[in-house]
Design a protein around this ligand. Sequence first.
Ligand SMILES: [Zn+2]
Length: 166
Amino acid sequence: MTPDTTTSQGRLTGSEWGLAMAPTGLPPERIADMDMIDWRPFRAEFQILFGDQDEIISLSTGSGWRQLVWDLCVTLEELARQQVAEGHHPMRVSQVKEKFGCLRFYLASGTGSLAEKAFELIEAAEERSGTICEQCGKPGKTQTLRGWDMTYCPDHWREALKEKRD
Ligand SMILES: [Zn+2]
């Protein structure tokens, strides 16, 4: 793909996804005013998973991945409940963030035999995040803007590039 995929009006002239690189001179940054997930409903709903605030390093991803993360937490909370029922220490969320354009979901696995299942679920969700716009939740694609990987839908790719020209 070539860097020259937008016109001066910001319209795409290449394929819809033809934005593998920013036009020359644009700094590689994420969309500045991205909506981030509000974690309060997660803390309220998943009381085991988010039960130890001291263990949480940071929670920071765009709200486009909210449903993906919510669905993952529903299943993990069930596993955590099983751990508690079996007399084990339950799994706890320690960090949720974006890295290389995809979701990264870190868990302290607790004790017992359910950790492997939890990590399989997490891996599947992390992989899926590469197909979902981190900003709005529409179908998206991971691409590299001068060394930075991000996953956006076509509209938000356009926005990301336009911002840098203003
Ligand atoms: Zn989007």
